[in-house]
Design a protein around this ligand. Structure first.
Ligand code: S3P
Length: 429
């Protein structure tokens, strides 16, 4: 499906965002590993978390959808997973494939993990290396890509693992395998990445010389996962930018996840001068939550450097859009990891900026963007590259054009935000 985006005189309303995708994946995996019942409410309706449900069902877990985004799960415990009859289909979801690989390797169940074309072209070496050191046998296409055939015949080895890249998927993969070991596996993190795994599993943590050590072993009692999942900050980011750059905007976003390892884009936008009000701060289970309100703002430039990239990694496409309307030169550096997402996102952002007629340069690890508050993007035909976050960033950009633009293959937004186009309509009416 292609989607037209019309310029709009106003952008106003209250948006109930989808539930957090990262937490949705983890809630199902951890509830499955817990021995006993969990009730998860406000589960994400997006395609990626459904890939995780399908895989956990394939491993023999009883997961029931009891209406209104509520899941009831009868967890089988660490030793209750069954050998799947069929391939485990991770769809488009890197989080499903990488976290599940840790669970499969740790449990010793034999399984084959497959994914769609995009996922099958993303590197899996980062997880294959540590899991192999822990004793897993992994066959991968060209030693790097899915399908992954995972089995284990020798005993699980504990691992001492300083993270070579600040990736929450890699961190979680190793910790999940570690949960099955007699001796503690230790993951050492220097740059903080999202910490939902350690929060939801209540893993032991030590902080030393600016580093964080996280431990996982059989000693850890996997807790029940009964809570309400906060709405997704990564989805909120599209409206925070859309509201800030639009001349007549007021957007309210209730119950947004405010985990500090996720809200880098909020700090960046506030630093750029975005007028965002945070209210109703409270907690949902282990996670902080608040309501956000954004109105039209005058933006100044900002430099995003390597150490803050992990906390805004998924928001960089839409932050690049915000930079186009800041008064001066902004930069994104140390973000080469974007080249390994659902598509090469640096290339995809550059393509989007080029089609809009923007003034920018692309580098190996980032972008330099010269913005102007009165920048009017060309009415363009934007490519989504079948990447949900690129499609949504292009839509936010197109709202500032003076003519109709088109987003190609726009239905990929269903990967994280199935109601995105409806919500856009709601704000413009
Ligand atoms: C995720 C971690 C991030 C992020 C992805 C979700 C997670 O990936 O980009 O969308 O839920 O752990 P990396 O850990 O590979 O950076």
């Amino acid at each position: 499906m292609d989607q037209n985006v019309e310029p709009t005189a106003k952008l106003k309303g209250n948006i109930e965002l989808p539930a957090d995708k990262s937490i949705s994946h983890r809630s199902v995996m951890f509830a499955s590993l817990h021995e006993g019942y969990s009730r998860i409410s406000n589960f994400s309706t997006a395609a990626d978390p459904y890939s995780t449900i399908g895989c956990m069902r394939g491993l023999g877990v009883d997961i029931r959808e009891v209406g209104d985004n509520v899941l009831e799960i009868n967890g089988v415990g660490r030793d209750g997973l069954q050998k799947p009859q069929n391939d485990l289909d991770c769809g488009n979801s890197g989080t499903t494939m990488r976290l599940l690989s840790g669970i499969i390797a740790g449990s010793g169940v034999t399984a084959r993990l497959i994914g769609d074309e995009s996922l099958s072209s993303r590197t899996m070496k980062r997880i294959i290396k540590p899991l192999t050191r822990m004793g897993a046998d992994i066959d991968a296409r060209e030693a790097d890509f899915a399908p992954l055939h995972i089995s284990r015949t020798c005993p699980l080895q504990a691992l001492h693992f300083p993270l070579p890249i600040p990736s929450a998927q890699l961190k979680s993969c190793v910790l999940l395998a570690g949960l099955f070991g007699e001796e503690p596996t230790q993951v050492i993190e220097t740059l903080p990445s999202r910490d939902h795994t350690e929060r939801l599993l209540e893993l032991p943590i030590q902080r030393e010389n600016g580093k964080k050590k996280i431990f996982a072993s059989r000693e850890v009692d996997i807790p029940e996962q009964s809570y309400r999942i906060p709405n997704d900050f990564s989805a909120a980011a599209f409206w925070l930018v859309a509201g800030a750059i639009h001349p007549d905007a007021e957007i309210l976003l209730p119950n947004v996840g405010m985990n500090p390892t996720r809200t880098g884009a909020l700090n960046i936008l506030e630093n750029m001068g975005a007028d965002i009000v945070i209210s109703n701060e409270h907690r949902e289970g282990a996670e902080p939550v608040a309501d956000l309100r954004v109105v039209s703002s005058a933006l100044t430039p900002f430099d995003i450097t390597e150490h803050i990239v992990p906390n805004c990694i998924d928001e960089l496409p839409v932050l690049a859009v915000a930079m186009l309307f800041a008064d001066g030169v902004s930069r994104i550096s140390g973000a080469e990891e974007l080249r390994h997402k659902e598509t090469d996102r640096l290339k995809a952002i550059a393509d989007m900026l080029d089609r809009a007629g923007a003034d920018f340069k692309e580098f190996k690890d980032g972008l330099e963007i010269t913005g102007r508050p009165d920048f009017t993007p060309r009415a363009a035909d934007y490519k989504s590259f079948d990447d949900h976050r690129i499609a949504m960033a292009a839509a936010v950009l197109a709202l500032r054009s003076n003519k109709t633009s088109r987003i190609r293959n726009a239905d990929c937004t269903a990967i994280s935000y199935p109601e995105f186009w409806k919500d856009l309509q709601l704000l413009t009416n």
